[in-house]
Design a binder for this molecule. Sequence first.
Ligand code: APR
Length: 238
Amino acid sequence: MKKISIGAEDRVFVLTGAGISAESGLPTFRAADGLWAGSRVEDVCTPEAWQRNPWRVWEFYSGRRADGAKAQPNPAHVTLAKLEAQLGDRFFLCTQNVDDLHERAGSSRLVHMHGELSRSRCERECGRPPVEDHAIYRSLSEVGLCPCGGRLRPHIVFFGEIPLEMERIEAEIAKATLMLVVGTSGSVYPAAGFVHWARQAGARTVYVGPEPPLNASAFTHVVEGKAGEVMPGLFQVE
Ligand code: APR
């Protein structure tokens, strides 16, 4: 397998999706037996679903918390943490994943653009920051209230809401000379468009996953394989 060289002048922007956590035992969204086959997006991951039936939403995300607590980082998460340790501020990780496997592998220069399972925030957007919350709820009556009286909701970006940290993400992409995208189907925007921004800025663009994503034509290089198998030997840092 041809190695991806990372030179002294390179700045690396990484985008990860559900596929990087697949080998940790967490299901992806769009596989035939994935999360969106078992639950309808419209019932669990939209502002309307939250208004209509907040318990259904919490039930779904409590299940994700339970799954996440059982999972361990795999060699792909570890590879990215090692790259960060080697490259320092020339490395930046943006994940669409709401699990904490990147942090548990040792990554710290990262943003969770679709939110984090381990936090909750006020449904009223009252201005208070998200709070740490690992609870696996069994009924809506267990879910706490914000000091302002609003109910706590998962700190998750629902479909139709604006992803988090977009200014920082755009600034990091503009500086990147190498974009590495791992385990995402390229079907959800704006993340699916990042590769186009990177290409416009002149970066090399590499995809890693077992099948080409929907936006495969925008990549200069596609490495077909499971992330946990191919990532550990993929990079040569000069
Ligand atoms: N290694 C790498 N990639 C893998 C692996 C693996 N072992 N197993 C599966 N994949 C790939 C699949 O080929 C697929 O392209 O992971 C991708 C998962 O795609 P999706 O299920 O669509 O997940 P993702 O792209 O992360 O979804 C984006 O959609 O529902 C929302 O907010 C949710 O953040 C999520 C967003």
